[in-house]
Design a protein around this ligand. Structure first.
Ligand code: APR
Length: 247
């Protein structure tokens, strides 16, 4: 059975790396981007989530981000997040590389979390550089649209996430590639693997000889490179794998 095979691979891992995406947070109530009910089925990402569209019209950006931000700020880690943190705590994973900006891996107690797409927990003023917590900005979105910088009064407050068209955080990408090259198991959880360079990371690990485990609700383009493929909900499957390892 696949969960047994996944448990077997992970139980002997000492340099395992996990790559996660929006599917890992779906059971925490945060909608994914693609597929059923995904954000990009309602909005054009280039129109509402690119740096150009943000600079041209921050109000449209914040009108979409307002709801997503409210949901993300209220979200709690699910059993999938907890199981990954436990696999790290038990020494099977050395890091969780995530495309998510919700901070739920950190909230689950995971120690080494590499955020490829930045963090939605903070907001930076693009005019004076002042950083505020997303919660503080979120609290005034009902009266201020776009929200204004508390320090300079500017109207270009942007969450510290990587928007389409923005450069990736070099340190995070370099660290993720290094970890993938040295991985003894690569675990992919809840991502459609269509956005680069994040989607390249599992391939770097496979090319370096690591077995690949894919846990995703739907088939991904890299299932054919995987030793284990499990199509289902990560919040149910990961705890099952963990229970087999700790049994
Ligand atoms: N458990 C496991 N997988 C799930 C679950 C679940 N409970 N729910 C959904 N999925 C799967 C979906 O089938 C889909 O393949 O998670 C995947 C999520 O894919 P996307 O919505 O494309 O999210 P992601 O891969 O993280 O997107 C990458 O694209 O829009 C940008 O910056 C954004 O970081 C994001 C990047």
């Amino acid at each position: 059975m696949s969960v047994e095979k996944a448990a077997e691979l992970l139980s002997s891992a000492r340099r395992g790396v996990a790559l996660t995406g929006a599917g890992a947070s779906a059971e925490s109530g945060i909608p994914t981007f693609r597929g059923e009910g995904g954000l990009w089925t309602s909005y054009d990402p280039v129109k509402v989530s690119s740096i150009d569209s943000f600079m041209a019209d921050p109000v449209s950006y914040w009108q979409v981000s307002k709801d997503r931000g409210r949901v993300a700020l209220a979200a709690k880690p699910n059993q999938g997040h907890m199981a990954l943190a436990a696999l790290e705590g038990a020494g099977h994973l050395v890091a969780i590389v995530t495309q998510n900006t919700d901070g739920l891996h950190q909230a689950s107690g995971a120690r080494r979390v590499i955020e490829l797409h930045g963090s939605g927990r903070n907001v930076r003023c693009l005019e004076c550089g002042t950083i505020e917590s997303r919660q503080d900005v979120q609290d005034r979105l009902n009266v201020e649209m776009p929200p204004r910088c508390r320090a300079c009064g500017g109207a270009l407050l942007k969450p510290t996430v990587v928007l389409f068209g923005e450069p990736m955080p070099v340190d995070a990408v370099m660290a993720a590639y290094d970890l993938a090259r040295q991985a003894d198991v690569m675990l992919v959880v809840g991502t459609s693997l269509v956005v680069y360079p994040a989607a390249e990371i599992p391939l770097v690990a496979v090319r370096a000889g690591a077995p690949l485990i894919v846990i995703n609700a739907k088939p991904t383009p890299f299932d054919r490179f995987a030793e284990v493929v499990i199509h289902g909900r990560s919040g149910e499957i990961l705890p099952e794998i963990l229970s087999l390892i700790s049994a």
